[in-house]
Design a protein around this ligand. Structure first.
Ligand code: FES
Length: 506
């Protein structure tokens, strides 16, 4: 499939075709309108259609064609931000609910896969967290084990090394019964189940979202969906200006897929503790005995660093550990929304508008957080109690995460200094074909892209969300905003929120 979230192609996009929903041709009235057809939106629609609610899912791109297509699809309850820290910030009860919800998400995917007969390669396997030799301090594994056990993960234990024949990880923390799958094959099955239950999938851009007593979604071409509830599952909510965007920060993350002989890749999920860390898994290639070793990492703030050497650094890291590995056959990148307190924001929209729900802040755990969103928002829409509601409440303010909050917002404030930066090119004549650059013309900043035929496409470089200057991403051929992660294609068309419209003409 083709995704619209960037130029690179993940192994998932390359090995799954998803149906293309038709355009929304007339106004609709439904119980629930879901905006965004990634894992959070589709899971929510699946859950609610299973409860007899009429649903429509609208998205202006391909099904699961946003960040869901760019994951490495680890299914894990080993929190990226570590249980020791989650316990400090959210308390012992909060850490227990966190572990419970991520465990339940993996269980739900396993159950739905079985019930719907979805052939997506779901498998259970263990996960290992280890301190790499180049890490001077690392994570205190015993402390993290104890915190994980207090959170209810009683089987977490320290082992002498992760089960890899080729490199010795040294002592590692083993998290049993994690999972992995092919995310797009899974969501193809979930989408089919939604339609079997009478739900609708439609291609449309949600231009205006209204809540209150009579919620509605108006599309860019003038159709109106009237609904009892609206769920905004657009990776970064497009219905909010500020309420959530000061509490999470966008990061780019990089992934390579390397051909390795059968038996070389780990039958496990692996994470090291570097900052930023590396993450590994394997995937059958289906063309003989070889497998794909998937290695991710090298994260940085969106729009603030050059993707340049990221993939080759990942390759170097992997080659020293797996010398027999073959060619790198996939290179892709994705975007992670890191919340200041380590947990996603899932629940009632924090602007107080009634009957609107949001799911965002994947925190590097997008597959489980997206599934939790489906379960939790499903319950909220149905008026049922859910014990996880408080820890994921989008309105929460975690005072113990104040240092992270301040750090990320100082970083955003500094991005406005980009208005003082010199031009990246003196004029469009300096921009190579297929590349972009920010030009300076008087007080204006221009996002200029030269297409492969040589024509130059110009837009204002001022992000339509809150006015930061976008930066050219030469890997994904996109304009990325360094403040809250909005992204636009080379022609200025919006591909990721919080912006919900295209860049202005220059
Ligand atoms: Fe907020 Fe661009 S995403 S200013």
């Amino acid at each position: 499939m083709r995704a619209d979230s960037g130029k690179t192609v993940s192994v998932w996009m390359d090995t799954a075709e998803l149906p293309r929903p038709p355009a929304l041709e007339k106004d609709l009235t439904v119980d629930v309108c879901v905006v965004g057809a990634g894992i959070a939106g589709l899971t929510t629609a699946y859950r609610l259609s299973g409860e007899g609610r009429s649903v429509v899912v609208v998205d202006d791109g391909p099904l699961a064609g946003g960040e869901t297509a760019r994951t490495t699809a680890h299914l894990s309850n080993a929190l990226d931000d570590r249980y020791g820290w989650i316990e400090q910030v959210h308390g012992e009860k909060g850490a227990r609910l966190t572990a419970e919800s991520h465990t339940a998400a993996i269980d739900a995917i396993e159950r739905w896969t079985r019930e719907e007969g979805i052939d997506c390669g779901f498998e259970r396997l263990d996960g290992y967290l280890f301190n790499p030799p180049e890490e001077e301090e690392g994570v205190d594994l015993a402390r993290e084990r104890d915190a994980a056990r207090r959170a209810g993960l009683a089987d977490v234990e320290i082992v002498a090394r992760a089960p890899l024949s080729l490199f010795d990880t040294g002592p590692a923390l083993r998290f049993p019964r994690q999972g992995q799958f092919h995310p797009l094959l899974y969501l193809r099955g979930i989408a089919a189940a939604i339609e079997r239950r009478g739900g609708r999938l439609a291609k449309a851009h949600a231009a205006k979202i209204e809540g209150g007593a009579h919620p509605s979604v108006e599309t860019a071409d003038g159709r109106v969906v009237r609904a009892g509830s609206v769920v905004v599952a657009t990776n970064s909510p497009v219905n909010l200006r500020l309420a959530i965007h000061t509490k999470q920060a966008p990061y780019r993350t990089y992934v390579i897929g390397v051909r390795v002989p059968h038996g070389v890749a780990p039958r496990a999920l692996l994470w090291d503790t570097l900052e930023p860390y590396h993450y590994l898994r394997s995937q059958p290639l289906g063309d003989g005995g070889d497998e794909l070793l998937i290695v991710g990492g090298e994260d940085h703030k969106t729009g603030q660093e050059d993707p340049g050497e990221r993939h080759s650094r990942l390759e170097g890291w992997a080659r020293t550990r797996f010398p027999s590995m073959g060619d790198v056959i996939y290179r892709w990148s994705g975007q992670v929304m890191e919340t200041v307190d380590g947990l996603a924001f899932i629940g009632a929209s924090p602007d107080g508008v009634q009957n609107v729900y949001v799911a965002t802040g994947d925190s590097g755990m997008g597959m489980t957080h997206g599934t939790i969103a489906g379960i939790l928002i499903g319950d909220l829409v149905l008026g049922r109690e859910n014990p996880w509601a408080e820890i994921y409440d989008p309105s929460r303010i975690s005072l113990r995460a104040a240092a992270n909050f301040a750090k990320e917002n100082v970083n955003v404030a500094l991005q406005y200094a980009d208005y003082a930066l010199p031009a990246e090119a003196e004029g469009p004549q300096e921009i190579p074909a297929g590349e972009g650059a920010v030009l300076v013309e008087g007080v204006k900043r221009i996002a200029a892209y030269r297409d492969p035929s040589g024509a130059v496409h110009r837009h204002s470089a001022v992000c339509v969300h809150l006015g930061c200057v976008v930066a050219w991403n030469p890997l994904e051929k996109s304009w990325d905003c360094p403040c809250h992660g909005s992204r636009f294609d080379p022609y200025g068309r919006v591909v990721n929120g919080p912006a919900n419209r295209d860049l202005d003409p220059d």
